[in-house]
Write a protein that binds this ligand. Structure first.
Ligand code: SF4
Ligand code: SF4
Ligand code: SF4
Length: 569
């Protein structure tokens, strides 16, 4: 159902932090979804700051179905009323017609029928608890993580599938039924092999509005149309908290205590509680989204105000007819609306204690004090994270506090042991950092320099220049006779901190060596000059005796002298 765009993932673990089942694997610093662990809740989708997670879109499939001439039918989720003001509903239907949909009904018709099935079942049920929900993620949560509660689930399909069955029954298997709603989990549900043929495609409200906008259809400019099939009050109330139970329990005075588990945390808490035997005799309506489907993540981002959506849906429901569907639609008696929920529990490998300890050490957790349990990595505790590393779902370097400490200690080692003088000065020309090499050179201890003016030890001019121009000064040589040093100075502007970093390399020894070399060179040249002069005299005497020219000897000796003068010898 989910598509993680690896190139866009910035490795922030926000998706993992909200994922209730930790179905997201981080590998080579990229997030990916493990389908068997995922309950399609869409929480990750909602929080990813990079929009790196998307639902797999079926918009093109729907367009193709329309182009192929099929009868393309909309089953519109009852929460649609939260999307737009009441006076725009008819125009929205016209917009759907303009896109090519030929028949539009509210899914609430299926919801009302499911409510009736629940009512009949609740009279027969003998189990300790009832779980009644149209939330596919809540059902998946039970199948995958709480299989012992499967027997408590009402054994029927959800309103979307029920409505799909009704529409296919009426318009034939060749018709193409598209569910439009607020819930990405419906995409997964529609593909479930138990009822794959009933719904052909699922679009979120976000996707349908993007499509409408891309066709430049402006709702306000359209004439209103009517639904081809209108909902009843009990079905239309399904998307708000308590709407499902209210559709079949006549009163809350009966055998079961009614509990609405609103949002994923409450769902997990109530299932834990029932499984542990802490509560019994309850009729639970769990929905993984806060406020049920009205809080679904498939609403367009601009429709973020949950309470506005809730108010609109409630206002819409208030005006609908209050009739039970079984009195009106007996023709659907031949359709099988039952569903067999199955155990999909995955037994995860639990790491032996010794291996957990090895992984913990790799994460810098050497004793209990190191276990921050801060959840930055996406796991509630460091040990949960170590278990995930063991299962191949996480990497040891995801522990940000540990990585920061490691990085800090590395930069500290460099700062403390650098052969260069390192000083950082703020915009007030006060020293903020001052390393041991600086102490050694300027003979002032760090405690006497931090938050003191740089001018105590150095000329503040280059610091001011860099701060003002924001241009670095690189490799400026300067001799400080008061400290007996010659330094090559680099001043860099630190943009984020608005400070100047000075790295000063002491080249005093090099300079002294150079000086020595020059002196040695001069004395060698002088000595050579004397030798040349002496040799010249001798050569002239010999030449005059032999009658030869002294020119050749002179040239050779002069060359030798020049080598000394010009070269680095
Ligand atoms: S939320 Fe998840 S997918 Fe999105 S950038 Fe962060 S780690 Fe990647
Ligand atoms: S859809 Fe839900 S369960 Fe699946 S990966 Fe995202 S947050 Fe986790
Ligand atoms: S300390 Fe590290 S491993 Fe532990 S929870 Fe925080 S980030 Fe995760």
């Amino acid at each position: 159902m989910l598509d993680f765009h690896k190139a866009d993932c910035k490795n922030c673990y926000k998706c993992l932090r909200v994922c209730p089942t930790k179905a997201i694997k981080i590998k080579k610093e990229q997030a990916e979804c493990i389908a068997e662990l995922c309950i399609d809740c869409g929480k990750c989708l909602d929080v990813c700051p990079q929009d790196a997670i998307q639902t797999i879109s079926e918009v093109q499939n729907v367009k193709n179905a329309i182009l192929s001439g099929k009868k393309v039918i909309v089953s519109l989720a009852p929460s649609f009323a939260g999307l737009i003001e009441r006076d725009m509903i008819g125009k929205f239907i016209t917009a759907l017609n303009k896109l090519g949909f030929s028949y539009i009904e509210e899914t609430a018709i299926g919801a009302a029928l499911v409510g009736d099935l629940y009512r009949e079942q609740s009279k027969k049920i003998r189990s300790n608890n009832i779980i009644a929900t149209c939330c596919p993620s809540a059902n998946l949560l039970i199948e995958q993580y709480y299989p012992s509660l499967i027997d408590s689930i009402m054994p029927f399909v959800t309103p979307m599938i029920a409505h799909g069955k009704m529409l296919k029954d009426r318009f034939g298997a060749d018709s193409y039924v598209v569910f439009i709603g607020p819930c990405p989990a419906k995409k997964g549900e529609a593909n479930d092999s138990r009822h794959q043929v009933d719904i052909d495609a699922v679009l979120t409200f976000d996707e349908i509005f993007n499509w409408i906008n891309s066709r430049r259809i402006v709702l306000k400019e359209l004439e209103p149309s009517e639904f081809d099939g209108i909902a009843l009050k009990k079905g239309a109330a399904f998307p708000v908290t308590g709407g499902v139970i209210a559709s079949f329990l006549e009163s809350e005075e009966g055998q079961y205590e009614v509990i609405h588990a609103d949002g994923i945390e409450e769902c997990i808490a109530i299932f834990d509680s029932i499984e542990a035997g802490n509560v019994t005799g309850v009729c639970v309506e769990p929905n993984v989204c806060r406020g049920s489907c009205v809080g679904g993540v498939g609403f367009p981002k601009k429709e973020e105000d949950y309470f506005r959506r809730l108010k609109r849906v409630k206002g819409y429901v208030k005006n609908l007819e209050n009739t039970v569907i079984s009195e009106k639609n007996v023709e659907f008696d031949s359709i099988d609306f039952t569903k067999q929920f199955v155990n999909k529990y995955i037994d995860r490998r639990i790491a032996p204690k010794e291996i957990i300890n090895v992984i913990m050490r790799k994460m810098g957790k050497h004793d209990v004090a190191d276990e921050l349990n801060c959840a930055t990595c996406g796991y509630d505790t460091c040990r949960d994270k170590a278990q995930a590393v063991y299962e191949g779902m996480a990497e040891t370097n995801m522990c940000l506090p540990h990585m920061r400490t490691k990085a800090e200690s590395l930069s500290n080692v460099m700062f403390e042991n650098s052969p260069n003088i390192i000083i950082i000065v703020d915009e007030e020309m006060m020293v903020k950092e001052y390393n041991p090499r600086a102490e050694e050179t300027f003979h002032i201890r760090v405690k006497h320099m931090i938050d003191r003016p740089i001018s105590i030890i150095l000329d503040e001019e280059p610091f001011l220049e860099v701060l003002k121009s924001k241009i670095n000064i690189i490799g400026r040589k300067k001799t400080y006779s008061e400290y007996d040093v010659t330094l090559i100075q680099t001043f860099s502007y630190l943009k984020e901190q608005n400070k100047v970093l000075a790295i000063l390399t002491d080249i005093t020894a090099l300079e002294e060596q150079k000086e020595e070399l020059i002196k040695a060179k001069e004395s060698t040249i002088n000595a050579a000059q004397k030798v040349i002069e002496k040799q010249m005299r001798v050569a002239q005497e010999i030449a005059s005796l032999l009658g030869e020219t002294t020119a050749e000897t002179k040239v050779t000796l002069t060359k030798l002298k020049n080598v000394f003068i010009d070269g680095d010898v």
